[in-house]
Design a protein around this ligand. Structure first.
Ligand code: HEC
Length: 138
């Protein structure tokens, strides 16, 4: 009886650790988010001119909170388009305040990242599009 109990406790522990480790918010590629960006068409190949403009901005204003492969203040951004649509990503950059309040994925991320607000950098659509292109390279 005691053994069974210990085994069960152990199993629960292992299970809950596994759950915790599985960091991240559910993949949802159909969600376009809340904001002005309704449709984004990525070219088949990466537009390097746009991407390098995006890289400059990323280094200046995003790298304080984001890295490509490691969680920092915000999530690691490598492979972002495997879990979010381009529209969602652009709306998150252009409209983070509303996204955190209204979008289910952004809400969940906000919780997971300890209620830290992703800052609105007041970028225009062209700038955000360049950033979105750069994120494809990570
Ligand atoms: C003050 C820190 C901070 C800055 C600066 C910042 N972010 Fe964020 N970002 C976050 C946090 C924290 C989250 C998680 C959601 C939340 O809590 O708001 C996030 C979430 C994201 C997400 C969603 C990630 C996912 O896994 O779905 C993307 C994409 C993103 N940021 C891109 C950017 C880009 C591009 C910039 C630069 C324009 C930027 N962020 C600037 C803190 C920041």
């Amino acid at each position: 009886m005691k053994k069974t109990f210990i085994l069960m406790a152990l199993a629960t522990l292992i299970f809950s650790c596994g759950q915790k480790k599985k960091e991240g918010v559910a993949v949802d590629l159909s969600n376009k988010g809340v904001g002005p960006i309704k449709a984004v068409a990525f070219g088949e190949v990466i537009n390097t001119e746009m991407a390098s403009k995006g890289e400059e901005m990323f280094k200046a204003i995003c790298s304080a909170c984001h890295m490509a492969n490691q969680r920092m203040i915000g999530p690691a951004l490598s492979g972002i388009y495997e879990r979010r649509s381009p529209e969602w990503v652009m709306n998150m950059i252009i409209n983070p305040g509303v996204m955190i309040q209204e979008d289910p994925s952004a809400k969940a991320l906000f919780k997971e990242y300890n209620d830290v607000n992703m800052l609105n950098q007041n970028l225009n659509e062209d700038e955000v599009r360049a950033l979105a292109e750069y994120l494809r390279t990570l």
